[in-house]
Write a protein that binds this ligand. Sequence first.
Ligand code: OSB
Ligand code: MG
Length: 368
Amino acid sequence: MKVTNITVRHLKKHLKHPFKTSFGLFHDREFLLLEAKDESGTIGWGECVAFDSPWYTEETVKTSWHILEDFLIPMILHKEISHPDEVSDLFKSIRKNNMAKSTIEGAIWDIYAQQTNQSLAKALGGNKEKIEVGISIGIQKTIEKQIEVVGQAVNKGYKRIKVKIKPGWDVNVLSALRQHFPHASIMADANSAYTLKDIPLFKELDQFNLTMIEQPLAYDDIIDHAKLQKQIKTPICLDESINSVEDARKAIELGSCRVINVKIGRVGGLTEARKIHDLCKENGIPVWCGGMLEAGIGRAHNIALTTLSNFVLPGDTAGSSNYWEEDIITPEVVVEDGYIHVPKISGIGYQPSLESINKFTISTKRFQ
Ligand code: OSB
Ligand code: MG
């Protein structure tokens, strides 16, 4: 294939429920969509998961736009590409900026799947018909409210409930949740809000039998996480610290985690995500697919990735209606009894709705 036209759109969508983490509160989600067309007219879509501020990684919507426009798009336009695995090699001279890279790579995978007449899941080598789904719930105003929201998710059938914690909102909340939901799979995500000084606190959390604790320490650390994992029973899951298959190899060697959260954008695309999946499988490390409050395109890519065999833990890819009054794809992503049925049609399996996309678009630029 040769990509001849690319359209980048900047969208802003209001979240149905504000999302609070250890780093702040979101009411809106800004993101980029990339539409790529190849010479035969096949169209593929990618979603850039960077946020409008660099709280999670260093990338933002604006840095992604800049890297796409000034570096990555010129490297892709009119190049002959026989397989999407080649895209990361084309981008080798650009350091990091994984979310920007992943945006184009995702669109190329979509085109490739359509042209080989298979679903994106099949093209990646996945073979699940349905995937198990978990949910990530933001910090609520009170413990009572947190219990209520977790209860709603349990009743909807979500297979694993993740809550966000931060200093002062940890033992108290998790203890209350464990009391109310003695048998639910509950986990906590700290988004790097703690240090090794908090080891006694993490030891205390062991009593709640959490499925895992996600990214308790610094976003760029794997040394201290290894020290912490040796002293606690709860499995540590790394998110922010793993940006490549090399990071995963080192973390596994050091014993920094027992689980890895794979996010396509954070690791630079589906090809790298699959490499991490394969390495973890060889090493007996289960993985699951993380979420970035995606709209429909990103959500569709997550679903396809989750069909790979070592995605044995429920991910954060909840249904569209958990985030949006109206998603940008048809049909929307629906969760039934804690499962999403993987679409079988070719490509990402959901149709982008241009009418809906246009409604939320702030700016558009075309490249050819
Ligand atoms: O740390 O996993 C995270 C959302 C935004 C940024 C980082 C994270 C999250 C979530 C929500 O936990 C996942 C989702 O529901 O999409
Ligand atoms: Mg996380």
